[in-house]
Structures are given as structure tokens and as C-alpha cells.
Design a protein around this ligand. Structure first.
Ligand SMILES: CC(C)(COP(=O)(O)OP(=O)(O)OC[C@H]1O[C@@H](n2cnc3c(N)ncnc32)[C@H](O)[C@@H]1OP(=O)(O)O)[C@@H](O)C(=O)NCCC(=O)NCCS
Length: 130
């Protein structure tokens, strides 16, 4: 299980606002929308490291610690935990930011595995680190 830290771990890869259209029947934000933002942010991180096209191959370890509300400003922070031959295991943390109170609170975390792929959608080796 993901350990809750007091500060975001990793690099800010995506920032957005949860909108009314992203809410579920309870009025909180729909978990599928949150996972989608996390997948996008991990994709940004993976694409940079793979220097090209990537595809999500697995999502695991998802934990929803706290509900997300309409109007929340959220940041998705990414960190590469492991780089294999063709794959990258990336930890994503989602933090709510209160810009006026200068406060942040972690809402959700998960592990995303991406594979570097070529123009035909086949796996390719990760390039050497620049
Ligand atoms: C990504 C894809 C090209 C991989 O092709 P493949 O030939 O089956 O690849 P492999 O099984 O050899 O795995 C490739 C790498 O991914 C890793 N991997 C595969 N399945 C995994 C899983 N379930 N969990 C973690 N890692 C996994 C392997 O360990 C390997 O890593 P390494 O090369 O760094 O050692 C293929 O599975 C694919 O196209 N999947 C669909 C991707 C997609 O459409 N994603 C969007 C979903 S909406």
C-alpha cells in the first residue's frame, strides 16, 4: 500500500480542475475521471523518458484516500520507480492544492506501467538516458 507522505513525491506532470461534469451520483468526483488524469500524467512522464510513443500496459495499487470535490485544483505528480528493458513503472500521486491557504493534501495514488512502442505499436527498448 502506498505510504502517504507530507509533500508530493516526484514531478508535477499535470494540473487541472475537477468540473461538475466529472462528478458521480454522490456529487463527488468520479473515480474513473481521476484514473484518467493519472494515466495522462504518467503518459507525459513515460513519453519523456522513452523519447516517443508509449502505451499503458498495467495499472495497480490504486488507493483513493480522500474524496475529490467539484472545483478542486489537482496536481498529478509522477516518479519513475523502475525502468526495465521496454517498460517503466511510474508512481502517480494526486494532490489537492489550496493556493490561498498554501496547503496540499494527497487524495489518490497508484502505479502505472507503460511500455515504449514503435510506429507499429510493437514494444521497443527504452533509449539510454541522455
Ligand atoms: C504494450 C504491448 C505492446 C506489450 O507487448 P508485449 O509483446 O505483449 O510485451 P511483453 O509481454 O513482452 O511486455 C513488455 C514489457 O512490459 C512489461 N509488462 C507486460 N505486462 C505487464 C503487467 N501486466 N504488469 C507489469 N508489467 C508488464 C513486461 O515485464 C516487459 O517489461 P520489460 O521489457 O521492461 O522487461 C502490448 O501488450 C499492447 O499493445 N497492449 C495494449 C496497450 C494499450 O492499448 N494500452 C492502452 C489501454 S486503453
Amino acid at each position: 500500500m502506498h505510504v502517504v507522505s507530507t509533500r508530493p513525491q516526484g514531478e508535477l506532470s499535470l494540473q487541472t480542475i475537477a468540473m461538475p461534469g466529472d462528478a458521480n451520483a454522490n456529487g463527488d468526483i468520479f473515480g474513473g475521471w481521476v484514473v484518467s488524469q493519472m494515466d495522462l500524467s504518467a503518459g507525459v512522464c513515460a513519453r519523456k523518458r522513452a523519447r516517443g510513443r508509449v502505451a499503458t500496459v498495467a495499472i495497480d495499487g490504486m488507493v483513493f484516500h480522500k474524496p475529490m470535490k467539484v472545483g478542486d485544483i489537482i496536481g498529478c505528480y509522477t516518479r519513475i520507480l523502475h525502468a526495465g528493458r521496454t517498460s517503466l513503472r511510474i508512481e502517480v500521486e494526486v494532490w489537492r492544492t489550496d493556493e490561498f491557504a498554501n496547503e496540499q493534501e494527497m487524495l489518490t495514488a497508484g502505479l502505472f506501467t507503460f511500455v515504449a512502442i514503435d510506429d507499429h505499436g510493437k514494444k521497443r527498448p527504452l533509449p539510454a538516458l541522455a
